[in-house]
Design a protein around this ligand. Sequence first.
Ligand SMILES: *[C@@H]1O[C@H](CO)[C@@H](O)[C@H](O)[C@H]1NC(C)=O
Ligand SMILES: *[C@@H]1O[C@H](CO)[C@@H](O)[C@H](O)[C@H]1NC(C)=O
Ligand SMILES: *[C@@H]1O[C@H](CO)[C@@H](O)[C@H](O)[C@H]1NC(C)=O
Ligand SMILES: *[C@@H]1O[C@H](CO)[C@@H](O)[C@H](O)[C@H]1NC(C)=O
Ligand SMILES: *[C@@H]1O[C@H](CO)[C@@H](O)[C@H](O)[C@H]1NC(C)=O
Ligand SMILES: *[C@@H]1O[C@H](CO)[C@@H](O)[C@H](O)[C@H]1NC(C)=O
Ligand SMILES: *[C@@H]1O[C@H](CO)[C@@H](O)[C@H](O)[C@H]1NC(C)=O
Ligand SMILES: *[C@@H]1O[C@H](CO)[C@@H](O)[C@H](O)[C@H]1NC(C)=O
Ligand SMILES: *[C@@H]1O[C@H](CO)[C@@H](O)[C@H](O)[C@H]1NC(C)=O
Ligand SMILES: *[C@@H]1O[C@H](CO)[C@@H](O)[C@H](O)[C@H]1NC(C)=O
Ligand SMILES: *[C@@H]1O[C@H](CO)[C@@H](O)[C@H](O)[C@H]1NC(C)=O
Ligand SMILES: *[C@@H]1O[C@H](CO)[C@@H](O)[C@H](O)[C@H]1NC(C)=O
Length: 842
Amino acid sequence: MGSQCMGFAVLLLSLLLVSPASLSYAKDTLELDGYIEDGETLISADEIFELGFFSPGSSKYRYIGIWYYNFSTDTVLWVANREAPVPDTSGRLAVGGDGNLVVLNGSRSVLWSSNVSLSSNASTVQLLDDGNLVLNNTGRVVWQSFENPTDTYLPGMKVGLDLTTNVNQYITSWKSSDDPAPGNYSMGVDPNRSTQIFVWEGTKPRWRSGRWNGQVFIGIQNMVPTYIYGFKLSNFELEKKMYFYYTAFNSSHRYVLTWEGIEKHLTWKDDTKFWSTFWAQPITDCELYNKCGNYGSCTDENTPICSCLKGYVPAVEAEWSSGNWTSGCVRRTPLQCERNSSGGAGSVQADGFWKMEGVKLPDLSDWASGVVDEDGCQAACLGNCSCQAYAYVTGIGCLVWGVDLVDIHIFSSGGNDMYLRLAASEIQTKKKKSFVILIVVLAVVLSLGCIYLFFKCKKRIRGTARNAFYRRRGDRGIVSVDPNRDRDRAEGGVSFRISDESKDQKCQELPLFSFDSIVASTSNFALANLLGEGGFGPVYKGTLPGGQEVALKRLSRSSGQGENEFKNEVILMAKLQHRNLVRLLGCCIHGEERILVYEYMPNRSLNAFLFDPRKKGLLGWKTRYDIIEGIARGLLYLHRDSRLRIIHRDLKASNILLDKDMNPKISDFGMARIFGSDDNETNTKRVVGTYGYMSPEYAMQGVFSVKSDVYSFGVLLLEIVSGRKNSSFAHQDSSLNLLGSAWKLWNEDNVMEFVDPAIRDSCSPRQASRCVNVGLLCVQDRPNDRPTMSSVVIMLEGGTAAYPQPKQPTFSAERSPSDTESSTFGLRVASASNSITLLTAR
Ligand SMILES: *[C@@H]1O[C@H](CO)[C@@H](O)[C@H](O)[C@H]1NC(C)=O
Ligand SMILES: *[C@@H]1O[C@H](CO)[C@@H](O)[C@H](O)[C@H]1NC(C)=O
Ligand SMILES: *[C@@H]1O[C@H](CO)[C@@H](O)[C@H](O)[C@H]1NC(C)=O
Ligand SMILES: *[C@@H]1O[C@H](CO)[C@@H](O)[C@H](O)[C@H]1NC(C)=O
Ligand SMILES: *[C@@H]1O[C@H](CO)[C@@H](O)[C@H](O)[C@H]1NC(C)=O
Ligand SMILES: *[C@@H]1O[C@H](CO)[C@@H](O)[C@H](O)[C@H]1NC(C)=O
Ligand SMILES: *[C@@H]1O[C@H](CO)[C@@H](O)[C@H](O)[C@H]1NC(C)=O
Ligand SMILES: *[C@@H]1O[C@H](CO)[C@@H](O)[C@H](O)[C@H]1NC(C)=O
Ligand SMILES: *[C@@H]1O[C@H](CO)[C@@H](O)[C@H](O)[C@H]1NC(C)=O
Ligand SMILES: *[C@@H]1O[C@H](CO)[C@@H](O)[C@H](O)[C@H]1NC(C)=O
Ligand SMILES: *[C@@H]1O[C@H](CO)[C@@H](O)[C@H](O)[C@H]1NC(C)=O
Ligand SMILES: *[C@@H]1O[C@H](CO)[C@@H](O)[C@H](O)[C@H]1NC(C)=O
């Protein structure tokens, strides 16, 4: 009995010791008269969100906030007393005598109140598992934090515009990272009901998303219509409230309007334990609202970034040329329909339309109802003299502009077509010019054809290049529009060799570097500046006069092989821009010299780390995972999001360059092919690529498709995870080569054995398993079984619950093809074991 008593007393004692903490930590609800003090918190039922006092940044003031339970108070999602902090730790959060939620200071004065008028004080406050703090009063929700947001938009929120009362709700930024008081920026839906999201600075628009087309906001470049955004527009006609909402599935997502006025989409990565920015806007100058003024168009890649629309001239020339674009541009030649006096004469030509491509469509569009196609849209615009432009957008319909055209941004990829109304004479001059160009082009093509025939007699033709006479994006004018034009051009590739006679070819709108400046930048191609020897010639490091470091790829004079690739690369790279693609800064054509100027990548190539026993440890698991994701995004961009659909055809570790932060950049587009959007595979006589990365159908039959790149990506992924080269252990016994061992270990549920031993400790088993699963899906024999890059990106993001089961790869690509076409192929194979990649150093 004595010992029982003892035991009971100990139990009681320990309960007493533990209970104050455990009581305050277990609850998610406050009843009337209940409160928490500084240091205590409310925690939602499933321990997802936590509420309590915190001090932001270096501030010493105390605020009531909600944050993710698992993360520190760096992730504050909501703040109650934004403008009324408690100066010390004597504050309280309580359900006050009137039933409102209140923040009190040390002498129990009300600093902040939910401030709803209540007839009864029978209130409870509860922190829910979606992060919402709700105030119940007599069984009714009378107030909730989701309807009184601060700077964060969480899944489930419905912040928007009440169409009955016109009351708009906003997200407002903090003043600074130390001060949650309302700052200069706010975000919300367009009060003009255009289904756009705006960020305002004060009352001035700072950024807009473009209209919602049912899947994406058309003004956000490269927005991917997947689960990740999971965005939906409310059924506003029924609900009488216009807002966007989203679901986050299993991973945490939040949209934050930072105190610097940037809208950021952050996602939490379960395995790596950090928040990564999915996208953020506005970042570039052109993303700022109406950067170039009315009738100006903004292109980030141009210098200067602003130009007037076709047929428009600067409103104030002096201002414009000095870089002040605020006054914008004005029409040069009045429209015919505006010149009412001269009417009647039959000879007068009607106004026409000029097509612009890749446009972030201007703000303040009107929606023309009842129009079902592009022709109808054109007619609608022609019928109204004040109509300046029109665009027909899938998912939205016909948009017309009857007011000044504001906030036009020319995207480097994506965007919409817009038809700008111009006087006939404005278009005519261009037509004449185009005609001259056409003649010149024809002459060039003819002479090239002759040269081609001449060479054909002497030598087999080895290359395929695209005869693409593209002009600058966003300014390609035609009056009547054939939507198939682009596609036809991309498909109707012409095979020919560029002779030395075609030196007059331009650098595709890219900056042209003088040969002298190149010589100076590399100290006359000094050996000390040699970065490596590529397949088509040496690569040098150069330093431009401004101090910018660049990499220079110099086609060797002897390699006639490289000429096609040079042109191919210039054409492609000039049009591509993505943070996971290496950037071409310009080129140099001088006599026989062909030099490409790239951004310099201080960390060289993935190859140099991954397969070097002394350096592979520097690539930790998180870095490798980021690299895999980066490559996947870059490839997705090539396959789907860039305006040209592109197959890289030579994806491999040595073609992945690393910038100073170890971000991967896909390089070497010499082999890439532009793809029509309809054909999904193409046959080629010449098999190029690198042994070990080539898909079976490509190596054996020369058939390539985007799925061939997916295969190469799969091999690359498995190499990154395992730190082993695919070719380095090509054994007859399939269980010993890379794909075979991946397959074996994955089936044995022993993926960690596959992971590079150098980094096994830092590796997340879940991510590794996810990676190997995706890798095996990508290297399946049948192209149709392989996922597309968009599925790959989603799977890597962990955005899907179920991963398909891969089929066993049979490694047929490892047999060397024995057909007659294998001579060039053989050459590539021979050099593949060395680093043949350009821009790579040993
Ligand atoms: C919080 O962290 C714990 C331990 O790391 C984990 O088990 C739990 O799933 C996490 N909860 C959430 C909501 O992420
Ligand atoms: C709540 O209201 C009742 C009746 O109006 C009142 O008697 C009671 O004191 C109130 N409670 C508090 C905590 O003020
Ligand atoms: C609480 O706030 C009131 C009113 O603002 C103020 O008069 C009082 O000094 C504050 N008390 C403390 C302890 O800060
Ligand atoms: C509560 O709301 C009323 C108007 O509804 C306003 O006058 C008052 O200042 C508010 N009080 C606080 C503490 O916000
Ligand atoms: C608050 O009200 C909602 C809706 O009526 C209800 O689902 C919830 O359980 C209530 N919470 C509390 C703590 O009473
Ligand atoms: C907010 O506006 C004020 C006044 O215009 C300015 O001084 C301040 O720097 C702005 N803050 C930010 C973060 O831009
Ligand atoms: C709404 O549209 C009118 C013209 O139609 C424009 O002047 C105004 O600036 C727009 N408001 C916003 C907030 O965009
Ligand atoms: C640019 O021009 C506008 C309009 O003339 C003028 O108000 C503004 O001050 C100018 N801005 C600068 C930076 O010169
Ligand atoms: C066209 O006619 C209208 C009214 O008839 C007049 O106000 C306008 O100035 C005329 N425009 C031109 C360019 O003559
Ligand atoms: C990558 O390059 C940067 C800049 O040159 C350097 O600071 C960093 O240490 C390099 N990273 C690795 C892993 O070598
Ligand atoms: C190409 O598309 C056709 C039909 O659209 C399909 O039968 C074929 O399997 C596809 N090929 C590839 C490689 O996806
Ligand atoms: C979320 O995770 C649970 C358990 O892991 C799973 O059953 C569910 O299908 C997942 N939901 C989604 C949408 O991925």
